[in-house]
Design a protein around this ligand. Structure first.
Ligand SMILES: Cc1ncc(COP(=O)(O)O)c(C=O)c1O
Length: 380
């Protein structure tokens, strides 16, 4: 077990102890197949039903609108490919943004090779999509708009409801990748007015290998996983009862504790932010992302003319965080997000993402401030 302070909760979260506890009986005792009609099967089906209702409680949707998947990547693939193939007779145009996760951008690139037209919307320097740009990009044959709820690197939160309304006004579906927002800010599919929404279990204190695609009732998607009739015929494969149980419990905890968690994440993030700015000064540190419309746990900092990987190497015995740029043999490779936000290279090359979580303490943050500011001074 690493002794380093974990400030990389946007990469993955530990399993909530109560979620792990909920999984134990499934791991050791209940082994029925939910499709079987005998007692073991019915008991397993009950667990799946419970998990589905816990997820629907968090997202504010119906239980029949929750499709379990293997994670955020699969949910995004299913939403975008499923909508593209289902509606291709109506149109072949899809709109997304420049700061999406590869699980969206690569899917769109692949669809382009299959003959679809893809428009990639720019973002401004805060990482926000301008609704006017979407309005201008919408065409009569636009079938889908996919724009993430909150960005994984800089935390910027998009005006999803406004964007979804624009898409709907032209008859297009709206998908949002909410892998980073679920459990960190309110995510209610009715308030967001989205048709499709992706959830990643391992970002919400559930295990890795489980996720959800919310599919608004009445929307048909082309089948992604062919086989038997699981998940109302939408996703074949015997249910992963163990992980569904873990995700269900994690979603219930996320719903009940949302306000408390949000306040804690923000308090810890702000302590780190002000500690580092106070130590290093604004000439050496720049905050990326929207000043207010930003995930409460996310802090993307650019350190002037410092190589992010060298900084991470130096702090890694004490602090775990992640880089927004990599330098190889003198070449700087910036993340697509920082490029899209037009962060100048001298700043972008030294970009590190810190993300706080439930286990973060004030003492950890104070130590991290010491460790990071000292490493920056040594490398400057
Ligand atoms: C915004 C976003 N979307 C999708 C994913 C992929 O999710 P998963 O790891 O569950 O496949 C991630 C994971 O980093 C993410 O941050």
């Amino acid at each position: 077990m690493s002794k380093a302070i974990y400030l990389d909760y946007n990469a993955t979260t530990p399993i909530d102890p109560a979620a792990a506890q909920a999984m134990l009986p499934v791991l050791y005792g209940s082994y029925g197949n939910p499709s079987s009609s005998h007692e073991h099967g019915l008991a397993a089906k009950k667990l799946v039903d419970k998990a589905r209702s816990q997820v629907s409680g968090l997202l504010g949707c119906g239980t029949d609108e929750v499709i379990f998947t293997s994670g955020g990547t699969e949910s995004n693939n299913y939403a975008i490919k499923g909508a593209a193939w289902a509606y291709r007779e109506r149109g072949q145009h899809i709109i997304t943004s420049a700061i999406e996760h590869p699980a969206v951008l690569e899917v769109c690139e692949w669809l382009e090779q299959q003959g679809f037209r893809i428009t990639i919307l720019p973002v401004d320097s805060t990482g926000t999509v301008n609704p006017q740009d979407l309005e201008d990009a919408l065409e009569n044959d636009t079938i889908l708009v996919s724009i993430m709820h909150a960005n994984n690197e800089v935390g910027t939160i998009q005006p999803i409801c406004e964007l979804a309304r624009l898409a709907h006004s032209r008859g297009a579906l709206f998908h949002t990748d909410a892998a980073q927002s679920v459990g960190k800010i309110p995510v209610n599919v009715l308030q967001l007015e989205v048709d499709l929404l992706s959830v990643a279990g391992h970002k919400v204190y559930a295990p890795t290998g489980i996720g959800v695609l919310y599919v608004r009732s009445g929307i048909s998607l082309a089948k992604f996983m062919h086989g038997a009739g699981h998940e109302s015929g939408r996703r074949a494969g015997t249910e992963n009862v163990l992980e569904m149980t873990g995700l269900g419990a994690a979603c219930e905890i996320a719903r009940i504790d949302l306000d408390k968690n949000m306040a804690h994440y923000r308090q810890m993030r702000d302590r780190l932010e002000s500690g580092l700015i106070h130590r290093l000064g604004s000439k050496q540190v720049h905050i990326n992302g929207h000043p207010e419309k930003r995930l409460p746990n996310t802090l993307s900092l650019s350190f002037y003319k410092i190589e992010a990987n060298r900084l991470l190497d130096r702090i890694s015995p004490n602090v775990s965080a992640s880089a927004g740029a990599a330098c190889h043999a003198g070449d700087v490779h910036l993340s697509t997000v920082l490029q899209a936000m037009k962060v100048p290279v001298d700043w972008a090359m030294g970009t590190v993402r810190f993300s706080t979580g439930r286990g973060t303490t004030a003492e950890q943050i104070d130590t991290a401030v010491e460790v990071v500011s000292q490493a920056v001074r040594e490398l400057a």
